[in-house]
Design a protein around this ligand. Structure first.
Ligand code: 1HE
Length: 265
């Protein structure tokens, strides 16, 4: 499959490339600091819902000096309450196709990762973060509120108290500080994020699809369950995964010394 097949369906604010079984999606509106307008959010939803079966992971990155300046503030001025709700629900739908979509998503972050840009990053599964990145939730100072799932996802990553502080006081976190609080999964030097992200996405794409499914869809839900329900669902998921022919083949490879050992990398 060629990159053009993706590109044909995307608005100009998004660009897609194929790297083997990894699909790369770039926010491509650097002149507006990758501000997220409706067209871009709809494009993100379409991209993630129409991923072909040959794709095993997605890498999400931003063109230019910043990952994303968040919501396109120029589109906000005319919305009434009903339209505001519909807008937020559009973001929820689009970002759900990332978090609970077909394949894991690795984000490469640099520069501003703010407001809706941080909400977008929080919907991904692994965040590779260049030292230039910083996290902020400037909604408070703009007189608005998060609307892209931030109230649901961010407290689970950093806690309610930290999110309150960011929104009330305008506190920002550096890429390095983000590592301590759960936003930065991998900290890398400037310019190194794409290569590291691609390496990780390729590795993820090489996992058994059923394991990736379990990690994306079962793990976060089990973590929200009472322990008894969690153990029951875990046992079922474990039994289903191990029964898959892919798992049997991988175990055989290890036992017959064809698979790599688990060493520290
Ligand atoms: C924008 C946006 C935007 C830039 N919407 N147009 N987000 C914010 O409150 C962050 C707003 N942006 C900034 O603070 C700065 O732009 C940055 C720190 C990210 C980058 O600064 P800089 O100096 O590199 O760029 P700039 O000169 O500020 O912006 C370049 C252009 O992008 C300029 O337009 P131009 O026509 O004058 O060239 C900016 O107006 C435009 N631009 N950011 C629209 N966000 C689902 S709810 C989520 C709620 C939120 O996300 S709230 C957070 C909004």
């Amino acid at each position: 499959m060629s990159s053009e097949v993706f590109a044909a369906r995307l608005p100009a604010s998004l660009a897609a490339e194929l790297h083997g079984s990894v699909a790369v999606l770039k926010l491509n509106r650097p002149d507006k600091r990758n501000a997220l307008d409706d067209e871009t959010i709809i494009g993100i939803e379409q991209f993630f819902t129409s991923l072909p079966d040959c794709i095993g992971a997605v890498l999400l990155a931003g063109e230019g000096e910043h990952f994303s300046a968040g919501l396109d503030l120029s589109e906000l001025t005319e919305r009434d309450v009903t339209q505001g709700i519909a807008h937020s629900k559009l973001w929820h739908r689009a970002f759900d196709t990332i978090q609970f979509g077909k394949v894991p998503v690795v984000a490469v972050l640099h520069g501003a990762v703010v407001g809706g840009g941080l909400e977008l990053a929080a919907a991904t599964h692994v965040r590779v973060v260049e030292r230039s990145a910083y996290y902020a939730l400037p909604e408070g100072s703009r007189g608005i509120y998060v609307g892209g799932g931030g109230s649901v996802r961010l407290p689970r990553l950093i806690g309610v108290a930290r999110m309150m502080d960011m929104m009330l006081t305008g506190r920002t976190y550096s890429a390095e500080e983000g590592q301590a609080i759960g936003l930065t999964t991998y900290l890398v030097e400037p310019g190194k994020g794409f290569a590291k992200g691609l390496e990780l996405a390729q590795r993820i794409a090489g996992n058994a699809p059923l394991t990736n499914f379990a990690v994306m869809h079962a793990l976060p839900r089990i973590a929200e369950m009472d322990p008894g329900s969690g153990y029951a669902v875990e046992a079922l998921m474990a039994a289903i995964a191990q029964a898959d022919p892919d798992a049997k083949a991988r175990l055989k490879d290890f036992l017959e010394k064809r698979a790599p050992k688990t060493t520290r990398n």
